[in-house]
Design a binder for this molecule. Structure first.
Ligand SMILES: Cc1cc2nc3c(=O)[nH]c(=O)nc-3n(C[C@H](O)[C@H](O)[C@H](O)COP(=O)(O)O)c2cc1C
Length: 354
């Protein structure tokens, strides 16, 4: 029995956001000094050459990253590195600090191995994130920065929001993600409409002198036709990849009474839905895909890789499985690759596609 499996029942008695804040505080303390980081690294890091992925002009030591939303303000990138993750996506970062929606706004659904959140882009804003990255230094693994808009912004202001966060934080990022798929921020306009996407991508590419890899994050609830339209625009503006997927508004098959809460559902019930989106995208485009949604084991990570994801990320699976999550997934991935005769993760990407 691991320490986390003993602590989890206690943590799960607390409101979800309180437990999450405590966990983050512990991670921040553990990541703050060299000896504590080294202890974590010794206990949790797992390395194997087959896990390395060369993508976006950098090397990911393994394909298992932390999804956006967990480290919104770049407070625990060093601790997450020591826990053996292959990369961290910081954010969503907005131009100014924002308090997000009223609490409670994060709910666990243990019967479904899921969570519902309607955080609403709470965060400290780009200046504090920039200052922290400067002060604490970048981790040794790649980081992505997920950029977002203020909740109060109209369509025109939103474009300027993305531009400003991109301008401020892209120098620190190995890749940047435009998040146009959050189901729990109040939008006066359709963030994913072709017209808006074109303006956003055009503005960011004009700003992108350093040629930073730029990706877009999509939701899991769009029909294939809309995904194809999106890929066409992504290719038109020469973006570098797609993160699939964000949380779902669907409550199909959910047992918990908490299903009545509004917001985005993540975790196990999202797994197949997001893998299907990855497959649909990968069958249509050669753009790299970062797969996210319900990853909590080597098997679930491997299914996304075989469906076409070059990297995977997780949030909910980390909450349910604790600090050994990355190590266990990576160990299991090496076994699965060997079982199927692949020399590397890269060889297995898209293996299930026709
Ligand atoms: C509490 C919470 C906050 C999140 N915040 C963000 C966010 O700020 N930006 C974003 O792009 N995705 C956000 N997400 C979505 C995750 O990045 C991910 O796409 C989704 O949770 C599916 O992955 P999972 O099933 O592994 O959790 C958030 C998810 C959760 C649970």
């Amino acid at each position: 029995m691991t320490i986390y499996s003993r602590l989890r029942p206690l943590a799960f008695k607390l409101p979800a956001e309180t437990a999450h804040d405590l966990g983050k505080r512990a991670l921040r303390a553990a990541g703050a000094t060299w000896p504590t980081r080294a202890t974590l690294r010794y206990a949790y890091r797992y390395e194997h050459p087959a896990l390395e992925v060369d993508l976006f002009d950098t090397t990911f030591p393994n394909p298992v990253g932390v999804a956006a939303g967990f480290d919104k303000n770049a407070e625990v990138t060093h601790a997450l590195t020591a826990l053996g993750f292959g990369f961290v996506e910081v954010g969503t970062v907005t131009p100014y600090p924002q308090s997000g929606n009223e609490r409670p706004r994060l709910f666990r659904l243990p019967e479904d191995e899921a969570m519902i959140n309607r955080m609403g882009f709470n965060g400290q804003g780009m200046e504090r994130v920039k200052a922290r990255l400067e002060r604490e230094g970048l981790p040794s693994i790649p980081i992505g920065v997920n950029v977002g808009k203020m909740n109060s912004s109209n369509e025109e202001e939103a474009v300027e929001d993305y531009r400003r966060v991109f301008d401020r934080l892209s120098p620190y990022a190995d890749y940047v993600v435009v998040n146009v798929s959050c189901p729990n921020t109040p939008d006066e306009f359709d963030e994913a409409s072709p017209g808006h996407l074109r303006t956003v991508f055009e503005t960011l590419e004009a700003e992108n002198d350093a040629d930073r890899p730029l990706l877009v994050k999509v939701g899991p609830d769009s029909p294939a036709e809309s995904l194809y339209d999106l890929v066409d625009i992504v290719e038109e503006f020469d973006l570098d990849g797609i993160v699939a997927t964000n949380t779902t508004t669907s409550r199909e098959g959910i047992k918990s009474d908490r299903r009545e809460e509004w917001g985005g559902l993540s975790g196990k019930p999202l797994e197949d839905r997001s893998t299907n989106v990855i497959r649909t995208l990968a069958e249509y485009t050669d753009l790299p895909i970062v797969g996210v949604g319900g990853v909590d084991s080597a098997e679930s990570a491997y299914a996304k890789i075989r469906a076409g994801a070059s990297l995977v990320q997780l949030y909910t699976g980390f909450v349910y499985n604790g600090p050994s999550t990355a190590r266990e997934i990576n160990r299991g991935l090496v076994d699965l690759l060997q079982r199927d005769g692949f020399q590397s993760v890269e060889e297995a990407v898209g293996a299930d596609l026709e």
